[in-house]
Structure formats: structure tokens, C-alpha cells
Design a protein around this ligand. Structure first.
Ligand code: ASP
Ligand code: MG
Length: 413
């Protein structure tokens, strides 16, 4: 059994859906589980709609725009009498009902934002079937069981695995299902965190003991840098799980950070392939040793550097570090880089404005706090002399740190 995952870009318009269906067609003899994300930028649009509902603003225009976007796609792909158009409209109509229910903010978010994946999978499954291939739409919420931590739900692996024992590839060779979503024990829809569809693919693969997972992307494979930033970037033929996991930690967006662990634990290889050119070999991430990996360069934008300075001529000590780490843990903020000096402790975090301003406010009770936003953290793993010198000499370096294998510089762009 194999798992395929198609992201938003691979279903962003009618030709993209046709292309995705052609890749499924070439592999439909299965057994195959196809995991699909919401189309194009649908999740962002649904987030805007949720925010508008929550702040009692008008959401109908944005909703109509999103509905038109989906119906334009179905109109291009299906005849007028096909039931899919009605199915899509029904999903959009359900948002009005959800908007007046008494959910918490995060519950409402999950009920509405999850619909992006419902829409995309209805369309993809219908199109694959119209194309002559047999493929069954599967509701991921019946199989991905989670806790009730809405927006960032944790997977209950045992119950999910148990639920999946009812999936029978002898009867159905190919399923199309949603990434990113699950169901809590309360019976409500949950989501696994933004960009979580890769993780869904890994959950299905691990629970169903797949032979491989293939993530279809708009790049030729995993590259040693973002080709939009460094056109000379090269594609890795293969990568050890450990290397790939570390890349995602430093912010490489090619694979969702939670994806590698379940696959590595189960020894299931992860293939990253190009959906525009399926013949290209792509990258194989698996248990292997690769000598002489080229330097890997990861850019992480929208960083904030925060410095906490002691106010009374004492030095930064463990008790003060304790205060800082406690405040970070309470807000679930992850440190991307940190450094201390005699009288101050500096650290770099993703600038999620609401959370960071709360953090700064709480730290101000104990320290003089300074902060800078709009920074970029560049991580160079497996650096060589040339890349080491080049990145250290960038303009506007605010903080730098190196170990034997990794250099990190924080720059003001
Ligand atoms: N549609 C969701 C998002 O954009 C999940 C995903 O794309 O993986 O965050
Ligand atoms: Mg997406």
C-alpha cells in the first residue's frame, strides 16, 4: 500500500486537478491512499472568514469569492448536470449554520477551516471517477482520532490505528481523503496545525503499514536551498531521515516538521516528487548514509529578536532564565536561536504578533526588554569554508552562532 499526498498548489485550478488525476490514473491499480489539501489559498481565505465571523464583521463577500473560485473549477471540469456542483454549494451553505452555533473560537476555526479539504477531495474524487478510474472518497475524520486541542490537535495513534483496521484495500483499491483534519472524542472536527496534510499522509502510512509515502510538489525534490532565493540550488537524490528532520526544524518548508518521525520509526521511505514532471526521480528520504552532503541553506523570515536585560547590576542567572523559559512555555513559543551575555539574554522567535506582544508584556515585569522584528534567520547546515565566510559577512548581522556543523546568522533584511 502506498500513500500519495497532493498539496494546495497541485489542485489550485482545473488544469492542476486534471494533472493530479493523471498521476493518480498512472497508479490507480493501487492499493493507494491519496491525501489532498485544500485548493490553492483556500485555507487562508477560510481563516479570513472565521476571523470575520468572530469579530461580527461581514464575511459574505469573502465566502462568495471562495465559492465562485470552487464553482469555476467544477464548471470547467464537469457537465452542468453533474451532482458535484450541488455538493459544493451545500458545503458552502453549511458555513452560515456553523457561524451561529455556540462554539469556542478554536472550535469554530476547525469546523470552518476544515471545509477546504472537504471541498478539494469531493472535487478530486469526482473527477478521478469521471475520468474512468475507480476511487472512493473517504472521510479522514472517521480515522484520524485526536484530542480536543482545537487548531493544534494531537493524534491518538491507538484509536486511529484501530479505526483504520476497517479500511479494506481488497474491496477498494484507491481512496481519496483529506489532509490536515481529524475528529476529537467530543465528535467535532479538529485540525492538526497549518500545513498539516503531510503529517496526515504519514499517519495513514504508519497506521496502515505503507511501503512508501510520495509527496507531490511544485519543486523537483528536496533542494539544498529555496530555488526562488538561490537559483543554483541542487536537488538531493537521497537524504537520511535525520537530515530531513533537522531541515524541517530549521524552517525548510518543503515537508511539514511532524512528518518524518512516524515514517522514520516505521522505516517507511518518503519520496518527494515533482507533479509537473512525474518522470523526474525526485528525492528519496530513508535510512541511509550520504557522504559529503552539500551545504544546506534554510531561510526563515519574519523573525523577532528579543533581549531581556537585567535592571539592577546583577548578572543573568538561572532563576532569571527560569522566568523567561516559563513565560515562553506558557505561550507555547519555540526559540529558534538564543545567546546570553553577562547582563542580558537574547533569543529569536517567529513573530506571531499577538503571542509575542503578550510575551514581551509579561517579561517587562522582570526585565528591560528590547525587540526587533522583520529579521531573517539563515541556517547553514554542513557548511564549508566558502558558505561559512559568505553568510557571516552578510550585511546587518544581529546575532550569529556556529557549531562544528551548523552556522546560524540572524540578519536585518
Ligand atoms: N490546507 C491546510 C493549510 O493550508 C493544510 C495543508 O495544506 O497541508 O494549512
Ligand atoms: Mg495548504
Amino acid at each position: 500500500m502506498r500513500v500519495f499526498k497532493f498539496g494546495g498548489a497541485s489542485v489550485k485550478n482545473a488544469p492542476a486537478v486534471v494533472n493530479t488525476a493523471s498521476i493518480i490514473h498512472a497508479n490507480v491499480n493501487g492499493p493507494l491512499m491519496v491525501v489532498v489539501s485544500a485548493m490553492g489559498k483556500t485555507t487562508n481565505a477560510l481563516e479570513l472568514i472565521v476571523n470575520a465571523i468572530l469579530s461580527k464583521q461581514d464575511y459574505k463577500n469573502e465566502l462568495q469569492r471562495l465559492k465562485d473560485y470552487h464553482l469555476n473549477i467544477t464548471n470547467e471540469l464537469f457537465k452542468a448536470e453533474h451532482p458535484i456542483h450541488k455538493e459544493i454549494i451545500t458545503v458552502f451553505d453549511s458555513i452560515d449554520d456553523l457561524s451561529i452555533k455556540s462554539f469556542s473560537e478554536d472550535q469554530l476555526y476547525d469546523q470552518v477551516v476544515s471545509l477546504g479539504e472537504i471541498l478539494s477531495t469531493l472535487i478530486v474524487a469526482a473527477y478521478v471517477n469521471q475520468n474512468g478510474d475507480k476511487c472512493t472518497w473517504l472521510d479522514a475524520r472517521e480515522f484520524i482520532k485526536t484530542d480536543s486541542n482545537y487548531r493544534e490537535s494531537k493524534v491518538d495513534w491507538d484509536s486511529s490505528k484501530l479505526a483504520m483496521t476497517s479500511i479494506n484495500f481488497e474491496v477498494v483499491k484507491c481512496y481519496v481523503t483529506q489532509g490536515f483534519i481529524g475528529r476529537s472524542t467530543d465528535g467535532l472536527t479538529t485540525t492538526l496545525g497549518r500545513e498539516g496534510s503531510d503529517f496526515t499522509a504519514a499517519i495513514f502510512a504508519s497506521c496502515l503499514d505503507a511501503t512508501s509515502v510520495t509527496i507531490w510538489k511544485d519543486v523537483p525534490g528536496v533542494m539544498n536551498a529555496d530555488p526562488k532565493r538561490l537559483p543554483a540550488a541542487i536537488v538531493f537524490e537521497e537524504l537520511p531521515f535525520k537530515e530531513a528532520a533537522e531541515m524541517t526544524y530549521y524552517g525548510a518548508s518543503v515537508i511539514h516538521p511532524k512528518t518524518i518521525k512516524p515514517l522514520a520509526n516505521a522505516g517507511i521511505p518518503l519520496l518527494v516528487k515533482n507533479f509537473d514532471n512525474p518522470k523526474l526521480p525526485g528525492t528519496r528520504i530513508h535510512e541511509c548514509n550520504v557522504d559529503d552532503l552539500p551545504p544546506l541553506i534554510v531561510f526563515k523570515d519574519n523573525q523577532c529578536l528579543i533581549s531581556c536585560k537585567v535592571v539592577d547590576y546583577t548578572f543573568i542567572d538561572e532563576a532569571q532564565l527560569g522566568i523567561i523559559f516559563k513565560a515562553l512555555a506558557e505561550l507555547s513559543i519555540k526559540i529558534n536561536l538564543m545567546q546570553n551575555s553577562a547582563i542580558s539574554f537574547s533569543f529569536c522567535v517567529d513573530f506571531r504578533e499577538n503571542k509575542i506582544l503578550k510575551l514581551i508584556e509579561s517579561l517587562q515585569h522582570h526585565f528591560e526588554v528590547y525587540y526587533n522584528t522583520g529579521l531573517t534567520l539563515i541556517t547553514i547546515k554542513n557548511y564549508d569554508e566558502k558558505t561559512f565566510d559568505f553568510y557571516r559577512k552578510q550585511k546587518g548581522v544581529m546575532l550569529e552562532q556556529s557549531s562544528r556543523s551548523t552556522l546560524q546568522v540572524l540578519i536585518k533584511a
